[in-house]
Design a protein around this ligand. Structure first.
Ligand SMILES: [Fe+2]
Length: 153
C-alpha cells in the first residue's frame, strides 16, 4: 500500500524502530520525573520539586512528538505499560527519596537516554532526515535538563 510518498520499505522500518526505542525511553523519563517530583525531600525541596515537574512536562512533549512522527511515517506507536516496562534503565528509587539520590537518578537516566538517542542519529539520517531532525531537537533539550541536574551534584 502506498504511504503517500512519506517513507516506505527498509527506511520506514528503520525510522520507526529508532523512534519507537526513543518513545518508550521518554515515557520512562516522564514517569520517573513525576515519581521523584512527589517523593523527593530535603532542604532544596521546592526548587527540585519544580525542576522535576518541568522535566516531566518536557518529556511528555518529547514522547508525544515522537509517537506522532511514528504514525506520520506509517508506523504504529507503542507507549503501552508493557512496552515501557521493557526499557533497560535503572529503577527509580522507591519511597521517600533524599534530594541527592533523586538528582543522581535523574542524571543517570538522562545521560543514558541521551547517549542512546545520540547513537541513533547517524543511522537514522540514512533513513529519514526529518525524524533525525526531530530527535536532534529533543536531544538538545535532554542535554540541557541533564546539565541543570548534574550541576547540583
Ligand atoms: Fe505536582
Amino acid at each position: 500500500m502506498s504511504n503517500y510518498g512519506v517513507l516506505e520499505g527498509k527506511a520506514q522500518a528503520a525510522a520507526v524502530a529508532a523512534l519507537q526505542e526513543s518513545l518508550v525511553e521518554f515515557v520512562r523519563i516522564s514517569l520517573d520525573a513525576k515519581q521523584l517530583h512527589w517523593n523527593v525531600g530535603g532542604r532544596e525541596f521546592k526548587p527540585l520539586h519544580e525542576q522535576l515537574d518541568s522535566l516531566a512536562d518536557s518529556s511528555r512533549s518529547w514522547y508525544d512528538d515522537v509517537a506522532e512522527r511514528i504514525v506520520a511515517v506509517g508506523g504504529a506507536a507503542d507507549g503501552s505499560a508493557p512496552a515501557v516496562a521493557g526499557v533497560d534503565l535503572p529503577a527509580v528509587p522507591a519511597g521517600p527519596v533524599p534530594a541527592t539520590e533523586a538528582i543522581a537518578h535523574v542524571v543517570r537516566v538522562l545521560a543514558q537516554v541521551g547517549a542512546l538517542v545520540r547513537s541513533r542519529l547517524e543511522p537514522l539520517g540514512e533513513s529519514d532526515l526529518v525524524s533525525q531532525d526531530l530527535l536532534i531537537g529533543i536531544l538538545a533539550e535532554v542535554e540541557k535538563h541533564l546539565w541543570m541536574f548534574r550541576v547540583q551534584l
